[in-house]
Write a protein that binds this ligand. Structure first.
Ligand SMILES: NC(=O)c1ccc[n+]([C@@H]2O[C@H](COP(=O)([O-])OP(=O)(O)OC[C@H]3O[C@@H](n4cnc5c(N)ncnc54)[C@H](O)[C@@H]3O)[C@@H](O)[C@H]2O)c1
Length: 375
């Protein structure tokens, strides 16, 4: 296992299991430590991965003890959103080389900026897990758009649900990726919140509508919770054609194409149509490029934290637009959570009281709400 990057995982839940699978499939890492408040969570990981030669982790119920004792190169942060900043900052200060933190980057843009600051100060490479940047269909769509196959890109439309930072931070990141990472220069939107709905201990809206303007003249639009449609695909309209993209495949039509042309690209780690193709391919491709970046084989990494920050900033700007009743010029100046500001100030009263969290299904034991002291 010499030469492999030593990984410790903080928070052994749903998405971290995909990080571990990606690390193992990419063959660039060994998993040497796990930290979770729940012993059971770590045992569940052992059951899933212990057959693998590169999986021999020590267990810790205290993440800081793991950081102190395990001589890690890489840390995965897979706790709930409000734990991203404290855990990333602790990992950065402990002297690791790189951190892969889950999306949304944090619960506020202020704490996300702190994460980047502490990583910069300690020379740590910080990445955010918008793993769909690594999907073959996304890459093909990006290439087609860049090659002018639909002319000038004009509008991307998408359908979402389950809260903007939770779900649509992926979409915000996707718009920028497909368009070649232009700057988002303005945002306008509105939200409805009649129920006391939360996602992983962060308040979310019931419905949202948002438009994003980019410095290349293109625009993107989210309808969230407004129709039954949702997904991590998109319709991309250009001056000379359009693309319908899903996470697995795409079809394109333009003035030369004589109708729709379908494309079903294979990945490097899974063939098109393979069960759970999206997560397997994206997880391993993300891990492989992350390793190349950490070891200096490549200079640029597509999941670098500045991109994760911009995705968070875009969805929080929708809330800020609803809060201020105005078009928000980027960069976003408000560094707290604008939806929480509206709720706390009474600007957005709940019509149907009774708090519930759409992600409480992953809590363990008798817990029905998260103990936020321990996130
Ligand atoms: N990239 C994606 O597609 C994707 C998919 C799902 C979740 N996510 C993100 O991943 C994060 C985690 O979500 P999840 O659904 O995997 O959560 P989860 O509830 O499945 O797992 C979280 C784990 O963290 C542990 N934990 C909590 N506090 C801890 C602490 N202080 N120290 C150590 N462990 C601690 C919990 O015990 C639990 O096992 C969220 O921010 C979410 O938005 C991303």
């Amino acid at each position: 296992m010499e030469g492999k990057l030593r990984v410790g995982v903080i928070g052994c839940g749903e998405i971290s299991s995909n990080h571990v699978l990606g690390y193992l499939n990419s063959a660039r890492y060994e998993i040497v430590a796990l930290a979770d408040l729940s012993e059971q969570a770590m045992h569940d990981f052992d059951k899933q991965f212990s057959e693998h030669d590169d999986y021999k982790p020590e267990h810790f119920t205290d993440a800081r003890e793991m950081l102190e004792k395990s001589e890690l190169d890489v840390v995965s942060v897979g706790v709930w959103d409000m734990g991203h900043a404290p855990m990333t900052i602790a990992a950065a200060a402990s002297g690791v080389k790189a951190i892969l933190c889950e999306k949304p980057m944090s619960d506020t843009t202020g704490s996300a900026a702190d994460m980047m600051l502490v990583c910069r100060r300690n020379g740590v490479k910080l990445a955010i897990g918008h793993q769909r940047r690594f999907l073959p269909a996304y890459n093909l769509a990006k290439q087609m758009i860049g090659d002018g196959e639909i002319g000038e890109p004009r509008l991307i439309t998408t359908a979402a649900r389950d809260g903007l930072p939770n779900y649509s931070s992926h979409l915000a990141d996707m718009y920028r990726y497909l368009l070649g990472d232009p700057e988002c220069v303005w945002v306008m939107g509105n939200v409805e919140r009649e129920t006391d709905q939360w996602a992983r201990a962060i308040p979310i809206e019931d419905k949202a509508f948002a438009v994003f303007g980019f410095d290349n003249g293109a625009q993107a639009m989210i309808l969230s919770g407004l129709t039954s449609e949702h997904g991590f695909g998109a319709r991309i309209y250009g001056s000379d054609g359009m693309i319908e993209l899903s996470v697995d495949d795409l079809k394109i039509m333009n003035s030369k194409s004589d109708g729709w042309q379908e494309h079903k690209p294979d990945g490097d780690f899974a063939k098109y149509g393979f069960d759970n193709f999206e997560m397997i391919e994206a997880g391993a491709a993300q891990a492989r490029e992350f390793a190349r970046w950490i070891t200096g084989e490549i200079e640029e990494y597509r999941g670098v934290a500045t991109n994760g920050y911009k995705a968070l900033e875009m969805v929080h700007a929708v809330y800020e637009s609803a809060r201020t009743h105005a078009q928000v010029e980027m960069p976003l100046k408000t560094r707290t959570h604008p939806l929480a500001e509206m709720i706390d100030s009474g600007h957005l009263p709940v019509r149907y009281p009774g708090r519930y969290d759409i992600r409480n299904r992953t809590l363990r034991g008798e817990n029905t709400t998260l103990d936020t002291k321990n996130v």
